[in-house]
Design a protein around this ligand. Structure first.
Ligand SMILES: *[C@@H]1O[C@H](CO)[C@@H](O)[C@H](O)[C@H]1NC(C)=O
Ligand SMILES: *[C@@H]1O[C@H](CO)[C@@H](O)[C@H](O)[C@H]1NC(C)=O
Ligand SMILES: *[C@@H]1O[C@H](CO)[C@@H](O)[C@H](O)[C@H]1NC(C)=O
Ligand SMILES: *[C@@H]1O[C@H](CO)[C@@H](O)[C@H](O)[C@H]1NC(C)=O
Ligand SMILES: *[C@@H]1O[C@H](CO)[C@@H](O)[C@H](O)[C@H]1NC(C)=O
Ligand SMILES: *[C@@H]1O[C@H](CO)[C@@H](O)[C@H](O)[C@H]1NC(C)=O
Length: 284
């Protein structure tokens, strides 16, 4: 396999608390992302990427977030994975839950539309139907950061479906990124477990980025944004409050992990199928 990660990368996860209005939220996000980028610059590692996870927002027809995030990536001179925002597609008149990725010049270089929408309805207990307001994306998302390599991008509930992680990893991704907001039940049970599982199954880096917990809001997010290495060790983790956490990613760690536990060469696709080998719809 070709080199997965071409040069060391500094990854920052910005676990944001948001204010009452959108303008304030975005201006606060800017402050935090610039803080993360500045820390990246002073580090010995040459590079950077930030993931930003904001609180949920309503469905605007035109998202000022797009322009704000693009400008922010350019100002921070960093790759920026912008959490998830509601995206309106005028041609189909549909809304998607979308994560946008910008280059250090502010160009949009990729996006993921949440593929698995969360729908449950247990009468008398809980009812939550994302499909009432949103349409699902229909693609697996792998994004190339030219100086570094490929990342797989999915959103929240998507992490419970290991197939897309396997497809991204077997197509050369060195990192899987999941903006997400687990709640106070599923957070302690599954947040870390799922992220570390995707790391150990695929021997890649995994980053989960949550909003900070806001007890004034109706939805209480678990927080605990973290980065796991290809051996499923947690390199850095926030608690529930607003925070920025950092880790240095390098190719040697992926290589050594794969040498030590050689699942990459010992799979038995003569016994079971390779999910990454079939007909796949990619968003690249
Ligand atoms: C800003 O953040 C608050 C608190 O998390 C949230 O309730 C609100 O919806 C956000 N505003 C916008 C417009 O995104
Ligand atoms: C998009 O998904 C995230 C993570 O599940 C969630 O917090 C957010 O509320 C969703 N946005 C919309 C518009 O439903
Ligand atoms: C982030 O990466 C870009 C693209 O390689 C680089 O130009 C920029 O200087 C880096 N920024 C920081 C803060 O290290
Ligand atoms: C969190 O979500 C799960 C799954 O939908 C649900 O069963 C649980 O009641 C929720 N917990 C809280 C504290 O809202
Ligand atoms: C929650 O509400 C209280 C009372 O209005 C306020 O003082 C506090 O700053 C709020 N906390 C957050 C995180 O918004
Ligand atoms: C990076 O790691 C991959 C996976 O182990 C390996 O195939 C590749 O040769 C490595 N590249 C370099 C330059 O070490």
């Amino acid at each position: 396999m070709a080199t997965l990660l071409k040069q060391p990368l500094k990854l920052a996860l910005v676990q944001l608390a948001s204010g009452v209005d959108k303008a304030a939220n975005l201006s606060h996000a800017r402050t935090k992302v610039l803080e993360a980028a500045k820390a990246g610059q002073s580090s010995s590692c040459s590079l950077n990427a930030s993931t930003l996870r904001t609180a949920r927002s309503t469905l605007p027809k035109q998202a000022p977030s797009f322009h704000a995030l693009s400008a922010l990536a350019a100002e921070a001179k960093s790759y920026l994975v912008g959490g998830s925002i509601p995206e309106y597609e005028p041609t189909t008149q549909k809304y998607y839950n979308t994560s946008l990725v910008f280059s250090p010049t502010g160009a949009l270089i990729g996006k993921h539309r949440k593929t698995h929408l969360f729908d449950i309805d247990i009468p008398g207990k809980i009812r939550f139907k994302e499909s009432e307001t949103l349409s699902p994306g229909n693609k697996v998302t792998i994004i190339d950061l030219p100086e570094y390599g490929k990342i797989g991008l999915s959103i929240c509930y998507d992490i419970r479906f290991p197939e897309t992680a396997m497809i991204a990893a077997r197509n050369g991704a060195f990192l899987l990124v999941y903006p997400g907001a687990f709640n106070m039940t599923t957070g302690p049970l599954h947040w870390s477990l799922l992220g570390r599982a995707r790391a150990v199954d695929n021997q890649v880096y995994v980053a989960l980025c949550s909003p900070a917990r806001d007890l004034n809001a109706s939805y209480h997010a678990w927080g605990h944004s973290f980065i796991a290495n290809p051996n499923a060790e947690v390199l850095t983790e926030a608690d529930e409050k607003e925070d920025i956490v950092y880790a240095d990613l390098d190719n040697e760690t992926i290589e050594n992990t794969r040498k030590g536990i050689p699942i990459y060469t010992q799979r038995r696709f003569d016994v079971y199928p390779d999910v990454s080998a079939g007909k796949i719809r990619f968003e690249e």
